[in-house]
Design a protein around this ligand. Structure first.
Ligand code: NAP
Length: 244
């Protein structure tokens, strides 16, 4: 029997990397995409995946990526980022544009390119990596939460539009996960990034990858619409238990 092919975007780090590793270990043929191709290539070699350059903000890059990837049964739309934590009164338009371009338009472009292949496979599955920011808000987070609310709207619309097709649609929405996410948000400020997880135990990227693998492993007639997964130390975006 031929192996199922899974495409993972944003797999050069964090949740995408962990998901690519978990899917390869589960027997999938894996195709990974991201901008930092050296890192991506090293990960791909380790797990026997195929690495392809991808910038989800760039239509032509997404088209090249999809063409080179070929047929696919699974798409994990994970590439994403946050920028800044300033209140709206002081926020930078560039941050909002980058988040919207990546988290909403990027996810749409990749989904659009792969939907015909997922349908064609006869047993497709599209997993969007959302966030608790897709249905909650917090001070300073408007740009990121607006983008993840947008992604959630995309996921829910696809669930309706693909009804009747052999394609499942899922959103996995994590709370705090310790990855490079906060370093990117704070422009490389490692100390500020560390403070996000101070005194609490965050999720690991592997914890989230396990959710993705579990969702995919359900029988074909079972659609897990969404998974919300948080650390035990976090009840909402703003209610975080920190040990002194
Ligand atoms: P991360 O460690 O910073 O990884 C982000 C990944 O996205 C990297 O591989 C990065 O690769 C890729 N990426 C960013 N912009 C891209 C672009 N324009 N084109 C292609 N790839 C791009 O962060 P992470 O925590 O794993 O984040 C993964 C997803 O989980 C994101 O959608 C994020 O919003 C979501 N999430 C994270 C958390 C958290 O607390 N960490 C919580 C909820 C949801 P390159 O830079 O090499 O392109």
């Amino acid at each position: 029997m031929s192996r199922r092919t899974a495409v993972v975007t944003g797999a050069s780090a964090g949740i995408g990397e962990a998901t690519a590793r978990a899917l390869a270990a589960a027997g999938y043929e894996v195709v990974v995409g991201a901008r930092r191709t050296e890192r991506l290539q090293a990960i791909a070699e380790e797990i026997g995946a195929r690495a392809l350059e991808l910038d989800v903000r760039d239509e032509a890059s997404v088209e090249r990526f999809a063409t080179a990837a070929g047929a696919a049964e699974v798409l994990v739309n994970n590439a994403g980022l946050s920028r800044g934590l300033d209140p709206v009164a002081r926020t930078l338009s560039e941050h909002w544009i980058e988040m919207y371009e990546t988290n909403v338009l990027g996810a749409m472009r990749v989904a659009r390119a792969f939907i015909p292949r997922l349908v064609e496979s006869g047993n497709g599955h599209l997993v969007n990596v959302g966030s608790t920011a897709g249905f909650e808000v917090y001070p300073g987070g408007a740009g990121y939460t607006a983008s993840k609310h947008g992604l959630r709207a995309l996921t829910r619309t696809l669930r309706l539009e693909l009804l009747g097709e052999p394609v499942r649609v899922t959103e996995v929405s994590p709370g705090l996960v310790e990855t490079e996410f906060s370093q990117v948000r704070f422009d490389g400020d490692a100390e500020r990034a560390r403070a996000v997880y101070a005194g609490m135990r965050p999720l690991t990227a592997a914890d989230v990858a396990e959710c993705v693998v579990w969702v995919l492993a359900r029988p074909a007639h079972v659609n897990i619409d969404e998974i919300v997964v948080r650390p035990r130390d976090q009840a909402t975006s703003t209610a975080v238990y920190r040990r002194p």
